[in-house]
Design a protein. Structure first.
Length: 154
């Protein structure tokens, strides 16, 4: 009877540890991807007046909150999709390699663009690929930081 109780307790502990690792990976990857996406929006906004002389230049006073909210709005769905994909891959395979992240980023970007704009967005494949690279960089940076500083390597 005691051996069965120990086995059941160790199974519950293992499930709890696995759930904690999954939630940690999901939050870290989502946060890293979202921050990278918002920083990319800030970089594009700040450099827009260099690309187009008719546009008004970015002003920290006037544009910071609007650009941050726009970045959050643009990147929240792709970030949650790529975080879920990479976390599921890490749960299934145990180890995540860079090409898993690249495929997950591309698929997440395609899924979010289809969900937002329909199939019309698939005509702009170069834009989807560029934004997939932003997601890829965000996931890789969050994995690097997580592997370096936490007890839950992704």
């Amino acid at each position: 009877m005691r051996a069965e109780q120990r086995v059941a307790a160790s199974e519950i502990s293992s499930i709890s540890r696995s759930g904690t690792r999954w939630a940690f990976a999901l939050l870290v990857i989502f946060g890293g991807s979202l921050i990278t996406g918002v920083l990319a929006v800030f970089a594009l906004s700040a450099s827009w007046c260099l690309l187009s002389p008719v546009s008004r230049c970015f002003s920290v006073q006037h544009d910071t909150i609007a650009v941050a909210l726009m970045g959050l709005k643009i990147w929240s769905l792709p970030a949650i999709l790529v975080a879920t994909s990479v976390t599921v891959i890490s749960q299934i395979r145990g180890v995540v390699v860079w090409w898993n992240v690249l495929i997950a980023a591309a698929l997440s970007m395609v899924m979010s663009s289809v969900a937002i704009s329909g199939l019309a967005e698939l005509g702009t494949i170069p834009l989807v690929l560029i934004t997939s690279l932003v997601l890829f960089v965000g996931v890789q940076l969050s994995r690097l930081i997580s592997n370096r500083f936490s007890g839950y390597p992704i």
